[in-house]
Design a protein. Structure first.
Length: 92
């Protein structure tokens, strides 16, 4: 049987990104992992994931949970760095 850790090893997102999706969608981590792996291959999937994480950050800040907002911001930065469609075009 595969564990969550096994599935994370096969996924294109890391644990913090998956946890942010689980929080946003109110689903267990394994379901969020399946959703994320599917969404990351959709034409607008990475934009959807980024939006989810941004909404989670906003929600954490509105609830005065700065430490959680910081964890989510770290997850967002990691997500942006690891998905080339978010990188600024180079100027020559």
């Amino acid at each position: 049987m595969l564990t969550l850790e096994d599935c994370l090893g096969l996924c294109e997102l890391d644990e913090e990104e998956i946890l942010a999706i689980a929080e946003h969608e109110h689903v267990p981590e394994i379901v969020a992992l399946e959703m994320a792996q599917y969404m990351v291959h959709l034409p607008e999937g990475t934009v959807m994931i980024k939006r989810m994480i941004l909404e989670d950050i906003q929600h954490a800040k509105q609830n005065n949970n700065q430490s959680h907002a910081e964890v989510l911001e770290k997850a967002l930065k990691h997500f942006i760095v690891n998905h080339p469609e978010f990188k600024a075009p180079s100027t020559q």
